[in-house]
Design a protein. Structure first.
Length: 159
């Protein structure tokens, strides 16, 4: 009986987590190049069963800049300087984040792994070199920018 309760709890948690951060995917991949006046950042999720239903928004401060779902990616252009990106999830307590010292004209690749925890997933951001990113990035699905800026929907923002 105790085992049944655990299974039901896990199933309920998976259903709740799959409702977070809805995303729309493009039928075509989009891979722009960095601009002379801005840095380009690619965020991409790694494949795997663990955390596969965990979706979340990525924010800089209080501004949502994109959404992450299993096997997906998004990109954003940002002004030069230091930027910290974190999980925008009401259930996230670990403070998952990454700080990038962005330089104009340069491209950065941020791999996002998900570690399963008792009460959900934990996103782990890691900056990786281009050759490593290119092993997975081209096979990810591009998350289409949202038309509205809300806390629960992907927003692709140029800063």
């Amino acid at each position: 009986m105790n085992f049944s309760i655990k299974i039901l709890s896990i199933l309920l948690l998976l259903i709740l987590l799959s409702a977070c951060a809805p995303v729309d995917y493009s039928q075509q991949a989009v891979f722009p190049e960095a601009r002379n006046d801005k840095a380009l950042l690619y965020f991409y999720r790694t494949p795997g069963f663990i955390g596969s239903t965990y979706r979340f928004n990525v924010s800089e401060g209080k501004k949502v800049v994109g959404a992450m779902a299993q096997d997906s990616y998004f990109y954003l252009f940002t002004r030069p300087g230091t930027h910290t990106y974190s999980v925008d999830d009401r259930n996230e307590e670990q403070g998952s984040s990454i700080t990038i010292n962005a330089q104009a004209g340069k491209t950065y690749y941020i791999k996002v792994d998900v570690e399963y925890e008792v009460m959900g997933g934990k996103a782990i951001f890691t900056e990786v070199p281009e050759p490593e990113a290119m092993k997975l990035l081209p096979s990810r699905k591009y998350v289409i920018p949202a038309k509205v800026n809300t806390s629960t929907y992907n927003v692709h923002a140029e800063q």
